[in-house]
Design a protein around this ligand. Structure first.
Ligand code: SD4
Length: 328
């Protein structure tokens, strides 16, 4: 049994069984009936990220800024050696290097991003510095590392013994075949809405396990892995980044919400776009989106069953199973 499934079975938090989209859409709307206490709220990809939403909630519940909440939140899995998809402990590329991607956006539409960054445990905080201290949006590779070191971040070895062992086992066959939900897709995308109705988002990952050296996914690309617009809401993606990059998925979700769609309908549209453009790749690969609008309404949807997410709202930190386009 994979760790996520085990986690879900063991979790004390309530979860809604995966249903069809129509069932879920109704359920998601049930969250909307008492809009007055919908703020603050935070949503994140993948159930094991309950500790991340709890860290974000600490900021939000004490009147803090959404931007600080998402940064504090996603730093939790970045520092967790047991999370093999994010930061320290992340599975390396096929040459044994841990290379990290992250991005962040604030309520003013400012954005910062790093990609192909090595040796820094908290890429999200480097992305925030890029946003706040440079005239740029994105720094990559060696330049991003130099910037981080100049900013006082510590150079560290991020390859844990477990991740090295997994890589050595993988090297025996050296086959790269992403599998739906089997490979740990625990990239964290997070959207927070604070008491002052400010929206911010963050996304951070070590990317696909055993990827080509130099491969960059959707997670650090503003509009692909994450997008937030304070007039509308925010969205984030997880899964096979190539499918999200080609469709600029998170931007699409936010634009659908801008046109009036409920966040649940908006994420369904983005998943369906991928499925209609890339039907063959959709059969074999997972993508999931989360979204939250300015009213604190949310949505989540995957191509396949197995995508779950965490919502911390009205004082409760809960894991939910997202509905999906395809059935088991
Ligand atoms: C990527 N979207 O690099 C990321 C992978 C991911 O959970 O979401 N993993 O393509």
């Amino acid at each position: 049994m994979n760790s996520r499934r085990k986690f879900l079975q063991n979790t004390l938090f309530g979860s809604i069984a995966a249903g069809n989209a129509a069932f879920w859409a109704k359920t998601a709307e049930q969250f909307d009936h008492s809009a007055k206490d919908a703020l603050p709220a935070v949503i994140a990809t993948w159930g094991p990220n309950v500790k991340a939403t709890a860290a974000a909630w600490q900021v939000l519940s004490t009147g803090g800024r959404a931007l600080d909440a998402v940064e504090a939140g996603v730093r939790v899995p970045e520092a967790d050696p047991a999370d093999t998809s994010v930061g320290y402990g992340g599975l390396p590329d096929r040459d044994g290097n841990v290379t990290l991607d992250a991005c962040i956006m604030d309520e003013f539409g400012n954005a910062g991003s790093v990609s192909f960054l090595q040796h820094i445990m908290h890429p999200i905080s480097v992305a925030r510095r890029v946003m706040e201290k440079t005239p740029h949006v994105m720094l990559v590779g060696e330049g991003a590392l130099q910037f981080a070191l100049n900013e006082g971040f510590k150079k560290e070895n991020l390859l844990t013994d477990n991740a090295r062992k997994a890589w050595e086992d993988w090297k025996v066959k050296s086959e790269y075949k992403p599998q739906i939900n089997v490979e740990r897709h625990d990239t964290i995308g997070m959207i927070a809405l604070d008491k002052q109705q400010r929206i911010a988002g963050a996304c951070t990952t070590s990317g696909l396990a055993f990827k080509m050296h130099g491969r960059v996914g959707d997670s650090p690309v503003i509009g692909a892995g994450m997008f937030a617009d304070n007039e509308v809401g925010g969205a984030a993606a997880t899964g096979l980044g190539e499918l999200v990059l080609r469709t600029l998925g998170s931007f699409l979700v936010v634009e659908e919400m801008r046109r009036g769609a409920h966040p649940q309908k908006a994420v369904e549209t983005a998943v369906k776009r991928i499925a209609s453009k890339y039907p063959e790749q959709t059969n074999e690969n997972q993508v999931g989106f989360i979204a939250m609008d300015k009213k604190g309404r949310h949505g989540a949807f995957g191509i396949h069953p197995g995508f779950n997410y965490v919502l911390y709202q009205r004082g409760e930190n809960k894991v939910f199973e997202a509905a999906s386009l395809k059935s088991r």
